[in-house]
Design a protein around this ligand. Structure first.
Ligand code: SAM
Length: 449
């Protein structure tokens, strides 16, 4: 079976049964060999339909007599695929989108409903010819943005509280685009110029990234990333630009002991070891052994000797108390800064899961701050844009731990661009064109144990 739309339908069925979108997609991709344009179409259809689910359901509610949740699940998925192509895939002719969707309905148990599918899609096309926006939007402004950009209302509300209407809309738009890929060059194995040249030799265009001397952004599609020149040799790792900033905020020095308390799969641990010239001790701790194996593989590929592994819950690793010159807590979080990378994440997180994470983050920072020697540094980072997991965790920590204070970036540091008056750093994706991130550097005073 080599029909990209049928394969997308199969993957989406798994997603609607609870599978992660990337896992479901990889599973179907492994079973077939598709030409690269079909692979791209399949990926776009799966991630796009999941990401735009709320908008597509609102269209079903508008165009069909039965609401989306009254439709059979498989039929809902088929209509999503058709509407997604009509609304978001300008390169696909409308007739092709309709005919292939009707065919999907016929071949997947809905031969009696092909007229309904055809009629619904054609009605959408007709509306689009008459109106600039065929989708009917509600009066309530939060719901309006939620339906137009396909986000749950609670996420819209969190961003509105911080950004206001115009920027929330820009952020929603940004989060609906296909993510870019950034590389971090390993200066112990190659120079940035060598990596640019090696990638250029196979037709991959790159551009450098402001403030990050070892970052390259890939332009256009690349195929399997692990097949690109320099990967096997350990010349570079995949790491988003904003995640690379974290290493510079920590600023580890050769010969130090650094503890990365939530380390797997090791993007930041390996960056720390590279920044230290691979001299010193870099501990990668994590409670998930399978993810730590990835860290080990990455460290080996990058030829790093200074990385050591510790499996366990970082809330209970007293052997590290007062051992770290620097500690990184890259905390588990709701990932609201990376929603463009995980199509289904916006539907998985809830206000309740954010509260649970906030509790875990508060416990983690209280315990891992004990790993820091007097006078040492702790960097707290997350890839979320929710104040309950960021500003509130830090404010509470500082109230309860009077021997700690925020160390903002110096005025001549490039990091100052991301700094707020409170001294923490916040990357807003629609402003900086990189993943959303929160980081803060905290220093423990010298006269405490
Ligand atoms: C944001 S990810 C870390 C990403 C990693 N720093 C990187 O750059 O590749 C958070 C990690 O925290 C780990 N984790 C969650 N709770 C933990 C705990 N109580 N103790 C240790 N690790 C934990 C998860 O297994 C996950 O790997």
């Amino acid at each position: 079976m080599t029909n990209a739309r049928q394969i997308a339908f199969n993957a989406l069925r798994d997603v609607h049964k609870g599978a992660y979108a990337d896992v479901a997609l990889n599973r179907v991709l492994q079973k077939v060999s598709l030409p690269s344009h079909d692979r791209r179409l399949l990926t776009e259809l799966v991630y796009g339909s999941v990401r735009r689910q709320r908008t597509l359901d609102a269209l079903i509610d508008q165009l069909a007599t039965k609401k989306y949740h009254q439709q059979p699940q498989d039929l809902r998925i088929i209509i999503h695929l058709g509407l997604y192509q009509l609304r978001y895939q300008e390169r696909i002719p409308a007739s092709a989108a309709v005919n292939t969707t009707v065919q999907l309905a016929k071949e997947n148990g809905f031969s009696g409903l092909t007229g309904f599918v055809n009629g619904l899609l054609r009605q959408y096309i007709r509306l689009g010819e008459k109106l600039p926006e065929p989708l009917k939007l509600p009066e309530n402004p939060v719901e309006r943005l939620g339906i137009l950009y396909s986000f749950p209302d609670w996420i819209i509300q969190v961003w509105l509280d911080e950004l206001g209407w115009a920027q929330t809309e820009q952020l929603c738009e940004w989060m609906n685009q296909t993510p870019t890929i950034d590389l971090r060059v390993n200066p112990l194995r190659a120079s940035i110029g060598q990596v640019e040249e090696a990638l250029g030799s196979v037709g991959i265009l790159t551009r450098r990234v402001r403030d990050l001397p070892l970052a390259l952004r890939l332009i256009g599609s690349t195929g399997g990333i692990q097949n690109l020149p320099g990967f096997a040799e350990g010349w570079w790792s995949v790491q988003d630009a904003s995640a690379q900033l974290v290493g510079y905020v920590l600023n580890p020095q050769s010969g130090e002991v650094v503890i990365d308390a939530c380390a797997a799969p090791g993007g930041k641990t390996t960056h720390i070891a590279e920044l230290m010239g691979d001299e010193g001790e870099v501990w990668g701790c994590d409670r998930t052994a399978s993810r730590l194996r990835k860290l080990q593989e990455n460290a080996q590929r990058l030829h790093l000797q200074s990385v050591r592994i510790c499996t366990g819950d970082s809330r209970n690793l007293p052997q590290f108390n007062s051992r770290g010159d620097r500690v990184l807590l890259d905390a588990p979080c709701s990932g609201l800064g990376t929603l463009h990378r995980h199509a289904d994440a916006r539907w998985r997180q809830t206000p309740e899961s954010v509260q649970e994470l906030s509790t875990l983050q508060t416990e983690l920072i209280a315990q891992t701050s004990k790993f820091v020697k007097p006078g040492g540094v702790l960097v707290y980072a997350t890839c979320t844009l929710h104040p309950a997991e960021n500003e509130q965790v830090i404010s509470r920590f500082l109230t309860d731990h009077p021997h700690w204070q925020i160390q903002p970036p110096g005025v001549d540091s490039p990091l100052v661009r991301y700094s707020t008056p409170e001294g923490w750093l916040k990357v807003w994706p629609h402003q900086q064109n990189m993943d959303g991130f929160f980081m803060v550097r905290l220093r423990k005073t010298n006269n405490c144990q």
